[in-house]
Design a binder for this molecule. Structure first.
Ligand SMILES: [Zn+2]
Length: 280
């Protein structure tokens, strides 16, 4: 039976990466990937639940290095939403964070792969109408191009308005290739949003890549041309997925997908130019 990932830990040399679940997301498969048919999903029934929905994980990551405790994305928050395509359910992040041995005050850096509601939700909390930061000791960073999207007043901001309000004047902006903290570099991966980023974490010769929403499901690793309805630029997103597959095919590289089911960690195996995803 397929499930959203529970708390998981990966050690990469002297860097520890922990997935902290907040809840789960369910997608209508042909709604999420609108160029697919029910037929296309026949070989992927193991990714679907009994109701035929694509099961996705939802949460955030802690990257622990010698000197930093970095939180990547802040998940969805204590709420629930559903429409024709997806059902989002969050709320468990802080409980799971503590269970994994971290307090909100331990976080000294927060990085956002992109500003969508399921990646920024716990940035602040509202009490008696007042916004307060959930991780008050942290610096907050994202890529310049992602923050710049909101210079345009027409940019969709439902679910992210509180985050934008609380981070205005506080956010620090990085560019492609910048080092976020020692061992962790920002990689521009536009398509899902114009300023979307991945993070490349290196320790010795081993690498892990936090993929954000480049791929929504492991099915897109085998079918990078299957368009995701939430991608801002479908062609650019395909190009980014194809490039990232080549990166993931490099030796000693682990991929970490925000919404992959069962396990967010995996490795891309290649044989005769066919890609296969191995869960870790
Ligand atoms: Zn997402």
């Amino acid at each position: 039976m397929v499930n959203a990932a529970s708390s998981q830990k990966l050690t990469l040399g002297d860097i520890h990466i922990t997935f902290i679940p907040d809840g789960s997301v369910l997608f209508e498969p042909t709604g999420l990937l609108p160029t697919t048919t029910t037929q296309d999903w026949q070989g992927y029934q193991s990714l679907l639940n009994e109701q035929g929905k694509l099961v996705g994980s939802m949460g955030a990551y802690i990257v622990q290095t010698a000197n930093h405790t970095l939180l990547v994305d802040t998940a969805y928050g204590d709420k629930h939403a559903e429409d024709d395509i997806l059902t989002l359910h969050g709320g468990a992040l802080l409980t799971n964070l503590r269970q994994a041995g971290f307090e909100p005050d331990d976080i000294d850096v927060v990085f956002f792969t992109h500003f969508h509601t399921d990646h920024v939700g716990w940035t602040s909390q509202r009490k008696d109408g007042q916004l307060s930061l959930t991780f008050p000791r942290a610096r907050f960073l994202t890529r310049h191009a992602e923050w710049q999207r909101f210079d345009d007043p027409a940019t969709y901001r439902e679910g992210v308005a509180d985050t934008l309000a609380v981070l205005t004047g506080r956010i620090e902006l990085l560019e492609d290739g910048d080092e976020l903290i020692p061992g962790v570099k920002v990689r521009a991966t536009p398509g899902h949003t114009s300023g979307h980023s991945a993070l490349v974490i290196s320790s010795g010769s081993a690498r892990a890549i936090i993929l954000g929403d480049i791929f929504h499901s492991t099915i897109q690793l085998e079918h990078p041309d299957w368009t995701n309805i939430y991608d801002w630029d479908a062609e650019l997103a395909k190009q980014t997925r194809r490039q990232m597959l080549q990166e993931l095919a490099q030796p000693a590289t682990i991929g970490i997908g925000a919404h992959f089911s069962t396990s967010v960690f995996g490795r891309l195996l290649t044989q005769d130019n066919i890609y296969q995803w191995q869960l870790l």
